[in-house]
Design a protein around this ligand. Structure first.
Ligand SMILES: Nc1ncnc2c1ncn2[C@@H]1O[C@H](COP(=O)(O)OP(=O)(O)OP(=O)(O)O)[C@@H](O)[C@H]1O
Ligand SMILES: [Mg+2]
Length: 493
């Protein structure tokens, strides 16, 4: 009976009473409360909240109240509550004052419009009160950070235009053209001798282009047997073949969707496949092997070759229409002998890279050794320069590379035109092993002979790998494999 006298009877009043009770409950049980207005300014804090002020960096309440909440409470989400009108019933907030379990509730006027928000610190030190949850949260956060780091390192570009070393007029011009090509989405054709940096430039153009967040997919046409190239390019439809490809597989065009397709050694494209490649480039569509369904792809094409594509066209070995399709933005990559001024800088970069790989200090190349290197014709360009440096470094007793080691290595390579000033000292037979050499492991010596033969064949054919492979009596793929090894590993001394 007594309750009837004290409790209001209408629903609205009961609700108001309940709301006040709940508010008092939260105000007493929570670790602090804060109120913001529609503009997200702090308008009120309760007594408990006041003790967080020093940790948040405020001495006086008057420095805190009246300020925009985002400026005084780092990582606050009160704006979001004001914007969406939706409460965030439970959340973790971490800032300089610590980690807190918080709740954020929008405040509405009688018409339902959001006029402010209430922030409640439910617990502080959740690391003790919510230990299992926090541990799990921390572990998930750590896993996420690891995954993000991994992804970022995978996406980091292998080469940018800054990795193309050289300040000579010719190098600067190449970089200018590459930068311009990156702004466009037309096909790029990189023409230049072996080892001039065509692959490096293809990576750099992709990295500088609007597609840099997409994939860069390379096909080395010379390294893939003709019979497999079609499947490599266009993919295989499920069920087209029995065996490994039964489930079907995407081709490089499809894999490059949204990014760049790098067609390396395009001059080696078999004639039988040229019409199909042309069609794909013209139509922007491909047909998987064993399927008659046409699929659109969106990839920017960069092609490269060390062969004289124009004369291949004249000889009828490369389709003229395909040539024009690819030759929209041609970039001629100059050989090293046309930019000798870059050789000293290249030596420095290559030496540092060698050091990084071997974990030793970079070799110190003497001034006369640099002069000797700068005088060479470098038919194999940067790749050949690197090989010579690596061999000289292995030959040197200390980490100092002088002219003596270099003359020996250059003489043995059998292809370099050494300047008269240094030629006299290499008069000893360049192709026979010097005395101590015969006592090295046979595998090393065989590898060295192989390397010389490959160098000589590449020089004789001016970098034409098909012709060089024929001269050596090995397959293109094999030659390619060897050249790759020669540029990557120091296996030839
Ligand atoms: N200007 C340069 N600055 C720094 N490194 C270079 C430069 N040019 C070439 N290189 C390096 O030389 C090596 C050969 O370069 P790359 O593979 O790009 O040559 P390429 O023109 O594609 O040769 P190929 O026709 O034989 O395939 C690579 O290790 C590359 O990083
Ligand atoms: Mg290449």
């Amino acid at each position: 009976m007594q309750a009837d006298d004290t409790l209001p009877r209408d629903g609205q009043s009961i609700l108001e009473l309940a709301a006040r009770s709940m508010f008092d409950l939260f105000a007493n049980a929570s670790e602090g409360m804060l109120l913001v207005d529609r503009e997200a300014r702090v308008v009120w804090i309760n007594d408990q909240y006041r003790r967080f002020l020093p940790a948040l960096g405020f001495e006086r309440e008057s420095d805190f109240v009246g300020q925009p909440v985002a400026e005084v409470v780092h990582n606050t989400q009160m704006h979001q509550v004001l914007r969406t009108g939706k409460p965030i019933l439970i959340d973790l907030l971490t800032n300089r004052a610590g980690t807190f379990v918080v709740s954020r509730i929008p405040l509405r006027d009688p018409s339902g419009e959001v006029i402010g928000a209430l922030g409640i610190v439910l617990f502080d030190h959740p690391e003790t009160t919510l230990q299992p949850l926090i541990t799990k949260f921390a572990r998930l956060q750590r896993d996420l950070d690891d995954a993000r780091r991994e992804l970022a390192s995978q996406r980091r570009h292998k080469h940018t235009l800054a990795s193309f070393v050289g300040g000579s007029a010719a190098a600067v011009e190449v970089k200018r053209q590459a930068r311009r090509a990156a702004l466009s989405s037309s096909p790029v054709l990189l023409l230049g001798e072996t080892g001039t940096g065509k692959e490096l430039l293809a990576h750099a153009i992709h990295a500088a282009s609007a597609r840099s967040s997409g994939p860069l997919v390379s096909v080395n046409i010379a390294a893939v047997p003709d019979t497999l190239l079609e499947a490599e390019f266009f993919g295989v439809a499920p069920g087209a073949f029995t065996g490994a490809d039964r489930k079907g597989r995407d081709g490089k065009f499809k894999l490059a969707d949204g990014g760049t397709l790098f067609l390396d050694e395009i001059g080696d494209m078999p004639q039988s496949l040229q019409p199909k490649l042309l069609r794909a480039l013209q139509e922007g569509e491909i047909e998987q092997l064993g399927s008659n369904k046409v699929v659109a792809f969106d990839a920017r094409v960069i092609a490269a070759t060390s062969r004289d594509l124009a004369s291949l066209v004249r000889e009828g070995k490369f389709r003229e229409d395909l040539y024009y399709r690819l030759n929209v933005l041609p970039i001629r990559v100059p050989p090293l002998r046309e930019r000798r001024a870059d050789i000293a800088a290249l030596i420095e970069v290559l030496a540092e890279d060698m050091a990084l790989r071997s974990g030793t200090p970079p070799p110190d190349v003497s001034a006369d050794a640099i002069a000797l290197l700068s005088a060479q014709t470098w038919r194999g360009n940067t790749r050949e320069l690197r090989n010579v440096l690596e061999q000289a470094a292995m030959r040197a007793d200390s980490h100092h590379i002088g002219v003596d080691e270099l003359r020996q290595v250059l003489g043995e390579s059998g292809v370099e035109q050494i300047e008269p000033a240094v030629a006299a000292s290499t008069a000893e037979s360049p192709s026979l092993p010097v005395a101590g050499d015969a006592l090295r492991p046979l595998a090393d010596q065989v590898a060295q002979v192989e390397r010389r033969a490959i160098d000589a064949a590449m020089a004789a054919t001016r970098g034409n790998k098909v012709a060089a492979a024929r001269l050596l009596g090995i397959s293109r793929a094999k030659l390619y494999e060897r050249l790759e090894e020669m540029s990557k590993y120091q296996t030839y001394v």
